[in-house]
Design a protein around this ligand. Sequence first.
Ligand code: PMP
Length: 422
Amino acid sequence: DDVISPLIPVVGGTTTVPLVDGTQVIYANLDYAASAPALEAVAARVTEVLPLYASVHRGAGYLSQVSTALYESSRQSIARFVGAREDDVAIITRNTTDSLNLLAGVVPAGGRVLVLDVEHHANLLPWVHSRPGQGHSATILPIARTVAETLQALADELARQPYALVTVTGASNVTGESLPLDRVIEIAHAEGARVAVDGAQLVPHRGFSLAESGADYVAFSGHKTYAPFGAGALVGRRDWLDAGTPYLAGGGAVRDVRTDRTVWQPAPARHEAGSPNVIGAIALAEACEQLAALPAGALHAHEQALRDRLVTGLSGIQGVEVARIWPDSDEPVGVVTFTVPDHDPGLVAAYLAAEHGIGVRDGRFCAHPLLAHLGATGGAIRASVGVGTTSEAVDRLVTALSAYLSAGARSTYEIVDGCWAV
Ligand code: PMP
């Protein structure tokens, strides 16, 4: 923990929240998989660059020149953070959902896309519901019982018919698990298919390199990578991105416009029409630089210890079941989903927040097919960790949950407009 201690989230540490009895308690943030708090260094960087705020790319003024340089160097930091190759292009998007929808729009006409039903809706729906003008079609492969069987099913399907793209999660937002990416990439490439990685849960926690892995695309979100909301990225092979239909039509994406024809820019400008989120990109780049400066494996070790502690604690509580997709998957990232049979997950989560100041998430986590596969159509509870998570927060969750169950189901909470109320 000493190694990662220079990274300080702005929320956490001393942030207090009110309990239902009116007292204040230090917030136990166990919801990093939804959004991670910005780092102090990121907040400082935003404060530093805010006075330089000016339009990018088209302004001749000094501040426009500075903002343009900062925006473009942010693109480079973001690309470097995910190990972009020389020919790769980094497009600044709003988030992972935006990135994957963008990619769905540039798959060459007629291309087939293979996706597993473990995916977050962001890596499922853009492939299944193609928009007018998009030429791809998608096959959804059902989850098999083991990783080995799932890889075999993937290989069989790829051998059965040609695919343009296999798109796969780097780490599940429900269980933290993943297929071994090196094997997926090897199998897909052997059959001539490219591989896109939904890096939303992988990139901020384990790091990821396009060059080292050989993957073709990666998508991730700033707000899960210790930067504020509003910026994300799609990084990968240039050819589809240069040739594909521009994601948005408008200023900045074009080279020349006449009333009867439009000449589009190549990527990245081609897909970044409109005034970009300059501050968001700078913030995300700063978060990437901060994470990249950590010694290799330090964050992974910190999160792994917390995850192990959480799983051991939860497994010791009668009735609590920790969800796993595959018994033979590699070490998951720091995301743990569990069910408490016969208890409404929303009410358990409300109790944890209202009486113990613990922030977890409940529901179906935008992964309805996976939750159905796990037998949790009524939802589950998810705890997730990151920079700034303490073992005290993990222990508080385990103790609170034990107390809840030993005291029997409480009916003093209800959910009103998505929030708990007594
Ligand atoms: N993929 C995964 C694995 C995720 O966890 C999430 C966010 N929960 C997304 C995609 C979508 O990210 P965003 O909401 O930032 O677009």
